[in-house]
Design a protein around this ligand. Sequence first.
Ligand code: F6R
Length: 609
Amino acid sequence: MCGIVGAVAQRDVVGVLTEGLRRLEYRGYDSCGVAVLQHGAPRRVRSVERVANLADQVQEASLSGTIGVAHTRWATHGAPVTDNAHPIFSRDEIALVHNGIIENHEPLRDELKALGYVFESDTDTEVIAHLIHHTREQDPSRDLLTAVQRALQRLRGAYAIAVFAKNEPDRVIGARAGSPLVIGVGERGNYLASDAMALSGTAEHFIFLEEGDIAVLSCDGVHIVDRDGATVRREVQAQHTSHYAAELGPYRHYMQKEIFEQPDVVADATERVRSITPALFGPNAQRAFSEIDSLLLLACGTSYYSALTAKYWLESIAGIPTQVEIASEYRYRESVVNPCAMVVVVSQSGETADTLAALKHAQELGHHHTLAICNVPHSSMMRLTELQYLTGAGPEIGVASTKAFTTQLVALFLLALTLGKERGHVSADDEARALRQLHHLPAALNSVLALEPQIVSWAEALARKDHALFLGRGVHYPIALEGALKLKEISYVHAEAYPAGELKHGPLAIVTNEMPVITIAPNDALLEKLKSNIQEVRARGGQLYVLADAGTKIESRDGVRVIQLPEHYGPLSPILHVVPLQLLAYHTACARGTDVDKPRNLAKSVTVE
Ligand code: F6R
């Protein structure tokens, strides 16, 4: 989704701005732009091409300046054309970039038009720029901070902005309300961005703004006021450096790199766990866990599927009633509130608008026990919840989530063990066995990754198809859902997933000899049932692609292709079975020549509704 970078320094900031945009590219965008104050006036370059092209254009235009703002835009209001790209100007005096959506932009637009403002874009952003300009004109002091404060009071919606004005050449102002914004504190300048990663290499210390904060950045320092206009001090935090650098290295795509990082990130997540204790979820977890009688897991997309997998674990291992709901549904429906249910939000980014809103909604309804399972340390969800678990997968750049998913599963499995132990369902032997399995997971993942050549041959066949059906049973049903999501997201092959027991209730009608049916067939208690489902598919000519494991005893034959995972992994089997499905989606997408890391119409972090 949209990305913001801003800078004020004792040197030319154009390089910092374009490099920041480059680091934000992974989030998805359809246009980009940079503006600086040059020779006393805002100048900008905007493009509907990639950031690299923008950087060339910036050079050709000899753009330079010591204050500036930059943006990658993911279109919401107005088509992805240059006129709608940010920075947006107001009367060549105000330059502004914006993430989020202004809900009351229409009446404001009418009001500003009546005041003589001419709109040059279809964006809601232009309303903010003109509103700040107009408010500033009304104020004899012409103070940008005062104008921003007053203008923002009139906005409804969620946003983060960065803005500078022609007559205040020493400052950039940033504000957040619903969209993240972080300040990078440097020695010879100060910076801001919607994601700390944009500033890595530029700043070493960060201030994470709170909701409603407005920050004035100059070379001399950062001055922050809260939503009431009172000066506030926010903690300056040293940079969280992840050793999973956001560089591509020898891989063709970030998604491939991230799939192959899974043994390492899972090792990081499991090696430090020597015993199962509530402290894994923070210092207050013991008390909170003792006060709950059930769980409500809220998430979107891939994170929803990890939550769905966890339901099987939480109910079977911990014996705790667990509900899982898509965040965008939960936030708008009337639900029956059980204040003793702990709300668990699962999110890679910690900023997904629907999940965040669902969390706030749950809190308003009276859920005071909340836990975030999240991959971004200072994200909104991590800051709004009572308990936190950092999945520690490192930056995930590919839009399609992979390593974030497997580390979420590890976290949720640990949650099931912890609650199980607290509730007397997990014995010392159970705990020791589970820890042994967790510690062996990285090695098991490596042996699954070694199956890649076999998966490539499946992908070559799948790349020629328009549809695919995924089947799983029990705890592997959500893994089938995740496999189908991965495939459609990046290869654009239409894919659906069903619990295999549902076949006869409808989906069997679409099975013909043209239909690839990818079936997850671990050697678990449901295997015999699944084998009958496989027969049903084969009898209709369906082309079976079976992911078996040790002891499954399904052989390859005409119309049935089998890849056998080396081990059966008991309850943790979903963490192994998802990996071939990630690779299958990846190689199918490569064979179809799609933009794997930036699939069409999708963004990495969905910060708008
Ligand atoms: C799929 C994918 C999305 C995200 C979803 C939630 O590969 O990446 O479905 O899982 O947008 O995002 P987070 O986990 O950041 O809340």
